[in-house]
Design a protein around this ligand. Structure first.
Ligand code: MG
Length: 229
């Protein structure tokens, strides 16, 4: 008997970056380069604080903060294209490493008949295309909600609500796994239980402040918690 059976969990909605893949350091560097090249200063910490937003929204927010007006569409497209190019160059076109312990966690859930979904603001096709091969038999193509499926990115609840609706389960049968403050906010706004795993440089209090139900220091700690009676 594991905690997920006690809670009658039937689906876990995983965020992608910083939860499945250790991709955030690459995103932080890519954003810093792409924004700076386009005349908009942007720090690594800003990447972590904005994590979860769609790329267009990150650019729009930074542009507004600097210029006080909305970014023209061509600026959004140019910066996002540059960001994707930097990301692909920095990763060498390869998938970033998995977050330690995440494969054990997904395997455990799969073996207990619990669906594993991915709910991400990412529109990074190189990552999305590889999810089903990296987690073969565990993550199914129709169990992925990405930037291409929603009008509003996180912190809006739409991405998690879409996963919940598509799953057909009750809210108490679903759980979110997030690493980011805005992703946690989205999961809570969708009315779901959020287990936050702090894999980045921000303090745990940033996740608690957004309403995370539990904060774990690692995937191993989350797995251990799920395995407890
Ligand atoms: Mg994340």
């Amino acid at each position: 008997m594991c905690k997920c059976e006690n809670r009658k969990i039937k689906a876990v909605f995983f965020d992608q970056d910083g939860v499945l893949f250790n991709s955030m350091p690459f995103h932080a560097k890519s954003w810093e380069l792409a924004m700076t090249e386009n005349g908009m200063p942007f720090s690594a910490e800003q990447t972590y604080r904005n994590e979860g937003r769609t790329g267009a929204s990150v650019i729009q927010e930074n542009y507004r903060a600097i210029y006080g007006v909305d970014a023209p569409q061509e600026v959004i497209e140019a910066v996002y294209s540059a960001k994707s190019d930097h990301f692909n160059r920095l990763t060498g076109g390869k998938l970033p490493d998995l977050i330690p312990g995440v494969r054990d966690l997904l395997t455990f859930l799969h073996q207990h008949g619990i669906q594993c979904w991915v709910v991400t603001g990412s529109g990074q096709r190189s990552l999305l295309n590889n999810l089903c091969t990296t987690f073969e038999g565990i993550i199914k193509p129709d169990h992925i909600i990405s930037a291409f499926d929603v009008q509003h990115g996180k912190p809006h609840p739409e991405p998690y609500l879409k996963a919940w609706e598509r799953s057909g389960f009750r809210k108490e049968e679903c759980m979110v796994v997030e690493n980011a403050p805005l992703g946690t906010r989205a999961g809570k706004a969708a009315g779901l239980f959020v287990a936050a795993v702090n894999t980045g440089p921000l303090p745990d209090s940033d996740l608690t402040a957004e309403g995370a139900d539990r904060v774990f220091p690692s995937m191993h700690a989350l797995l251990e918690w799920l395995q407890q009676n």
